[in-house]
Every structure is written in C-alpha cells, then in structure tokens.
Design a protein around this ligand. Structure first.
Ligand code: IFM
Length: 442
C-alpha cells in the first residue's frame, strides 16, 4: 500500500514548490533584467541559450496553476517573489510587481492553500550584479530593504518566509564552479559570496523580526557526501565536500562559526572582519527548510588545487539529471539536522523531486519512476519523524516542468507536464498518484 497523508501527523503540510524566474516569465509586468538574463545570453552557459523570459507564463496563467495545486489535494504552495520583479533596479518599487504577488497570495488563500514564500530564489537584479552582486557587501543591505518592502505588502497573509533558497548554489555553484549566474570561477569571489549570502539572510531576519513578522526560516540544500573508497585520502575528501556543501551554512546559523575544514581553503579570501558578522548570521530562526535530491562520491585529487576534489560516478539508478537516487540520504539529513543543529525546531522538506524525460502520449504522461521516487522519499521522511526529527511538511519540486537553469527547458521535474510551445499543462501519472495519497476522507 502506498503511503497516504494519514501515515503522517495530522498537522503535516503537503505541497509543491516553484520559483519565480523558473515559471513566471520575466518578460512580463515590468520585471527588471537579472543576472540570469545575461548569463543565459552568453554562449555556452545554458542549453540552447534558453532564458526565463517566457517560461511557463505563470504570470498570466497563475489561476489555473493554483487550481492544479488545489486539485492535487495539497495544503500549501511554496513560491518565490522575484526581487527583479518587485524592484527592477534592485531598489525602486515596481507597483505592477507588488500587485501581481498580492493577487497570487490572495489566490492561494481563496483556495485554502498556505502561502510559503521565499524571498531570494536567484533573480539578482542586473543593476546590483553590475556592482559586484554577492561579492559586494552592499547587496546584503539592499536585500534587507527588499525583504522589508515585499513583507510590508504580503506579510499579513503568508504562512512563512524563507530568506534565501539554497545558498550553496547562490555562492559556490555560481562563483566557484561557475555553472550558474554569474558564472564566476574564482575562489575570492566564492569566499565572499559564501559569507555575504548568509549576511543577507541575517540582515533580512533582523529586519523582518523587528517588524514583528513570524515564521522566518532559510532553505538549505544538502547532498550526501560519501568517500569514493575507504582510503584515508578519500575519506578526508568527502569530509571537505561535506563541509562546503552541508556544514558551512547550517553551522554559521546555529553555531555562529564556519567549519575549519573549509576555512583551511577560504580563510585567505574572506571579507575583512567577517567574524563580526557572525552574531547577525546566527540569529534565531523559526524553522529550517531542507532541500534534498541526491548523493555524491568524492575522491581526493592531488593534482587539483584546494579543495582537491574529484567526483566519481556512483552505481545507483539515476534521474534525467544524472543524479543518483538515494532516499536514505533524506532520512540522514533530517535526523542529522534535528540531532546536531535545530533540535525540536520545525523542519520542512522544502524540495525533493526528480527529472525524468516525460512525453505526452495520447494526452497522458506516465511517469512511474517519479511516483516511485516520491513515495520512497516520503517513506524516508516518515522514518525520520519516527526517529525524532520534527518534520512538519514536504514540498515536491516541482509543480510544473520549468526552466531548469543551466539545463534550460530540457530537464523535466514537474508533476504537471508543460508544453513550452502551447503552454498546455498536462498532469502526469505522478500528479494523480499524489492526489490520491493526499485525498481526505471527508
Ligand atoms: O530547479 C532547482 C531549484 O531551482 C532549486 N533546487 C533544485 C531544483 C532542481 O535542480
């Protein structure tokens, strides 16, 4: 028997997640340019140089998208409010952008859906990118202003606010690996972004807390780090990878410190007097969001500079992204966060899902592997609750097929298929399986 909502506590929240740039269409409603518009327009960065200019046109089609969430029997919707839409130059308010989110939140409430808002899911306004983006401390102060502005409009109706989605992606993936905007591969830029994105989080929490806003949190992504072999060198390599991906952000927030294993490489490149910011970064949060997708095997690479890492392909079945399917890793992180970091604080699985090469046949999409994936990860979540983690909700990534960043529109994560020519939405078999599992008896 597949799991149903009755296998979870009665107040457990089930939902789906999206993000503004990935679905809305940045070409509408006075949205300003952001660094993803220029990153994608630069040859070689994004599959087919695709951008989010039209995406799923959720800007116009949002009522039917909210209807889909409701019809899936979900309780909540995790969405993000684009900084570039609300403040096209990063500073000046766009009334149409504010009105759009106002309608969207009211639309959720009208359908009985709890709005779970994320403030920063990566559309940094170009005007701020021009000034150095996350390498520039001033961006953190501008972010707190944005947080205050949008919260003055929506804060009376949202159920929770996350400051930042996946700071590892904002900082490391984008400034060290160079795979996301702004596409830098520079350890000094990376060290600064690793710190500044956390400072932005802390300044936003401080500002919103001062306004009396409840339910403030952050969404971190975690990737299970395993040594590629039992050798001491590979075990240490996995510890370095774990430090960069899984320890840096949560330890800053819950312990006001950074792991030594990462400072070994980053300390010379950190901003001056970074230590003075740690009390701001380490303020109390009300909940933690855990995004989890996969694990990686790490080997020591003596030929590469610090962190001397080389990924080794693993043996497990993989998603369309090439990511290994490893549900136990979700159980590990949920229990690890509760045990080592947040205690009884509510934890939400804010993203979990898989890309699959779905096709529409005779008007339907059959995505059995996604159904298996979702229920295996729900089972891991249930085990984590039984083992003491205070997990309060689970959001599938994503409601819709959408703009998968550097992968363009090629990788499909949705419960609902999107035809990117006609924009037709077709619920997949996984959508129907989730709706059956979440149906109430009344
Ligand atoms: O699409 C992304 C999302 O924007 C952030 N978390 C991971 C998803 C899948 O790669």
């Amino acid at each position: 028997m597949p799991l149903t909502r009755f296998d979870f506590p009665s107040d457990f929240v089930f939902g789906a997640a999206t993000a503004a740039y990935q679905i809305e269409g940045s070409g509408f409603g006075g949205c300003g340019p952001c660094h993803w518009d220029t990153f994608s327009a630069t040859p070689g960065n994004v599959v087919r140089a695709e951008s989010g200019v039209r995406a799923c046109d959720h800007y116009h089609l949002w009522p039917q998208d909210l209807d889909l969430i409701k019809a899936a029997q979900m309780d909540a919707y995790r969405f993000s409010t684009s900084w570039a839409r609300v403040m096209p130059d990063g500073v000046t308010v766009n009334p149409d952008g504010m009105d759009f989110y106002d309608r969207l939140v009211d639309g959720m409430l009208a359908r009985g859906l709890k709005p779970f808002q994320t403030l920063y899911h990566w559309e940094l306004p170009s005007a701020l990118a021009d000034k150095g983006g996350w390498t520039n401390r001033d961006t953190c102060l501008r972010f707190a202003d944005f947080a205050e502005t949008i919260t003055r409009r929506l804060g009376d109706r949202v159920a929770s606010i996350a400051t930042v989605n996946e700071p590892w992606c904002v900082a490391w993936l984008s400034h060290f690996i160079g795979a996301h905007a702004p596409g830098l591969r520079d350890i000094r830029a990376a060290a600064r972004a690793m710190h500044h994105i956390l400072l932005a989080h802390g300044l936003a929490v401080e500002r919103l807390r001062g306004m009396g806003q409840p339910n403030l949190g952050i969404v971190l992504n975690f990737d299970h780090a395993e040594p590629a072999s039992p050798s001491a060198a590979d075990v240490q390599a996995a510890a370095r990878a774990d430090g960069i991906f899984n320890r840096w952000f949560i330890e800053a927030i819950t312990r006001q410190s950074y792991p030594e294993v990462v400072l070994d490489g980053l300390a010379p490149h950190m901003p001056d007097r970074w230590q003075e910011d740690m009390p701001i970064i380490g303020q109390k949060i009300d909940w933690l969001g855990v995004n989890y997708y996969t694990r990686h095997l790490h080997a020591h690479d003596p030929a590469a500079p610090w962190p001397h890492l080389r990924d080794v392909p693993g043996p497990l079945p993989k998603t369309q992204m090439g990511w290994e399917i490893y549900p136990d890793g979700l159980h590990t992180f949920l229990t690890r966060m509760a045990r080592d970091h947040v205690g009884d604080l509510p934890i939400y699985v804010t993203e979990n899902g898989m890309a699959f090469a779905d096709t529409v046949q005779d008007g339907a999409v059959t995505d059995g592997p996604r159904e298996d994936f979702v229920f295996a990860h729900l089972a891991a979540t249930k085990r984590a609750i039984a083992d003491g983690a205070n997990v309060k909700g689970f959001f599938y990534w994503s409601l819709l097929d959408n703009y998968e960043w550097a992968e363009g529109y090629e990788k499909r994560f949705g419960l609902v298929h999107v035809d990117f020519d006609s924009l037709a939405r077709t619920p997949k078999s996984s959508y129907h399986a989730v709706a059956r599992a979440l149906a109430r008896n009344d």
